[in-house]
Design a protein around this ligand. Structure first.
Ligand code: AMP
Length: 187
């Protein structure tokens, strides 16, 4: 089973992906996690990505598309995967369609987590103090929310037209939200 977890930063995509993958026996592919790992290892990819990430800007499309194309060919992705934080632009979504089509892989569900801005800001500031993510500062948070509206929100229509978009209310306890995902996906 292949899914995309869509939604603004702080919507709980990563948390819900971790719960879902245990239940469904599939893997999570988070471009944010892959990029953060590259930054901390100081790889060429990490060096290229760091300044974009610190400002809350998007890393260039070709970079993240390349990451995804490589990752989904790995053996552990054969049973299925959740894309968490990718795609984030129409260009990425179109590239993903091509990557999947070439390999005869079908995207089944795109879960859109709906969370109001005030709640997102509260969560992201909370995460900043708990996890110390360098991009969870007020300036970067503002940027990331604006970029979501400008660049990622159009994907909602894109997947709605493909009839694979599912809306999930992202406000509530982690368990409540996990139950909503289960009800929508059927797993
Ligand atoms: P995330 O953990 O998904 O919030 O991602 C953290 C940061 O990594 C983002 O603010 C971007 O700078 C970068 N990033 C992650 N995924 C993508 C993507 N699909 N396209 C562009 N930049 C990304």
């Amino acid at each position: 089973m292949q899914l995309i977890f869509l939604g603004p930063p702080g919507a709980g995509k990563g948390t819900q992906a971790k719960i879902f993958l245990e239940r469904a026996g599939i893997v999570q592919i988070s471009t944010g996690d892959i990029l953060r790992a590259s930054v901390s290892k100081g790889t060429p990819l990490g060096l290229k990505a760091k300044s974009f990430m610190d400002q809350g800007a998007l890393v260039p499309d070709d970079v993240v598309i390349g990451i995804i194309e490589q990752r989904i060919q790995e053996e552990d992705c054969k049973k299925g995967f959740i894309l968490d934080g990718f795609p984030r632009t129409l260009e990425q979504a179109k590239a993903l369609d091509e990557i999947l089509a070439k390999r005869n892989i079908k995207m089944e569900h795109v879960i859109n987590f709906n969370v109001p801005d005030e709640e997102l800001i509260k969560r992201l500031l909370g995460r900043a103090s708990q996890e110390g993510r360098s991009d969870d500062n007020p300036e970067s948070i503002k940027n990331r929310l604006q970029i979501f509206k400008d660049k990622t929100q159009p994907l909602i229509n894109y997947y709605e037209e493909k009839k694979i978009l599912r809306h999930v209310d992202g406000v509530g306890t982690t368990d409540e939200i996990a139950e909503r995902v289960k009800a929508v996906v059927g797993v």
